[in-house]
Design a protein around this ligand. Structure first.
Ligand code: SF4
Length: 370
């Protein structure tokens, strides 16, 4: 109950205060102005079972030490994610808040309700050098909560007006709500958009990413962004061993991504870091128990599948990408070099002037598969 003493109020849409029930979470001193925190629940479809911790952040623009220039600065208006992907390796970051990496990550969502105004203030500093800012690097900025809190329009506006390039990686088709804003922003600054679609297999999607829009809806979003001239890359991630990695599954997914007009596709094999690993194995045991021994063997050396496996997946995707008109760019500076995977670009459609989401993104401790 360390958390409850720090609340100024607890209330809900239905008026039933739950501050005293708020649980064991405690916000780190210095991260949030905790005395302003409000705990809220909503008795509406899509939000039942979730608790939102509305905080007033002191700072939102986050410097990532040692990251590539594309990911040197990040904005994460939320902590925790209602998309509930079982494998999400941002789960571990929830433990920094004294929440757990499992159900708490899915259902206890921290909302930095003042993010737009704080970002605007931070971007106005004379010392700000207008380096690229990445969003969707820890948790999904277009998760369900964004439908209610609408933080992204103010953030996008602040970035564009300050002349700051930015990128967004998401599984949320809610991004289309902000299409006019994104189009306007792209007239002023480089804007790079990416959708995460690991597979088009709907039976696996339903159980492993239960809070996300379907792969078909995400592909529709890619198509809409392509048709609008903004362009959208696809992070084909994570590819799940023994579940979405058969040659036919890879082929069909790459074909669908190319058909949607994606600018590029970057394949990434599942990582199983601490926090995500335990949750994933629990799900695997309950859902596909016969696969547990095969996973234990494949990941026996740590968080990553062995390089022979990753190479096999990358080679297969490369072949299918070529066959469907997605080719790997020669220059390494535009998403083709380094890290696992590598991007394969669509040659069938004109590309937007924005920078690519780089494959090195996946190797960044701060970055999640959304
Ligand atoms: S992988 Fe992305 S969309 Fe899925 S739970 Fe994590 S942050 Fe959310």
């Amino acid at each position: 109950m360390r958390w409850s003493g720090q609340l100024i109020s607890g209330n809900t849409d239905a008026g039933d205060a739950e501050g005293a029930e708020a649980g064991s979470g405690v916000v780190q001193a210095g991260l949030f102005a905790a005395s302003d925190t409000v705990v809220r629940t909503f008795d509406t479809p899509g939000f039942r079972g979730a608790t939102f911790y509305e905080v007033r952040a002191k700072s939102v623009l986050n410097k990532v030490p040692g990251a590539s220039p594309m990911f040197g600065w990040t904005i994460n208006p939320y902590r925790g994610c209602g998309h509930r992907c079982v494998y999400c390796f941002a789960r571990q970051t929830h433990t920094y808040l004294d929440f757990d990496a499992g159900l708490d990550f899915d259902t206890r969502i921290v909302v930095k309700v003042n993010a737009p105004e704080v970002v605007r203030r931070e971007l106005a500093r004379p010392s700000w050098r207008h380096e690229s800012v990445a969003m969707g690097t820890n948790v999904d900025c277009y998760q369900r909560a964004e439908g209610r809190y609408r933080l992204m329009p103010g953030i996008i506006g602040a970035l564009a007006e300050s002349g700051t390039p930015f990128s967004i990686l998401t599984k949320g088709t809610l991004m289309l709500r902000d299409l006019p804003l994104l189009e306007a922003a792209a007239r002023d600054v480089p804007v790079s958009l990416a959708m995460s679609i690991g597979s088009i297999d709907e039976s696996v999607w339903r159980t492993v990413e239960p809070g996300t829009p379907s792969p078909a809806r995400r592909l529709d979003a890619v198509r809409t962004l392509a048709d609008a001239g903004l362009g959208c890359s696809v992070l084909m991630a994570p590819i799940l061993p023994f579940l979405t990695d058969s040659p036919e599954q890879l082929r069909r997914t790459v074909a669908a991504i190319a058909d949607a007009g994606a600018r590029s596709v970057t394949p990434i094999v599942l990582h199983l870091r601490s926090g995500a690993r335990e949750w994933y194995y629990e799900w695997l045991q309950a859902t596909y128990p016969r696969l547990v021994p095969r996973y234990r063997a494949l990941y026996r050396n740590g968080s990553y599948a062995p390089s022979w496996y990753q190479d096999r997946i990358t080679s297969a995707v490369r072949e299918y990408a070529k066959a469907y008109g997605l080719v790997r760019p020669k220059a390494s500076g535009d998403g083709g070099g380094g890290g696992q995977g590598g991007s394969f670009r669509n040659t069938a459609k004109p590309t937007a002037p924005a920078a690519e989401i780089q494959p090195a993104l996946w190797d960044d401790e701060e970055v999640s598969p959304s």
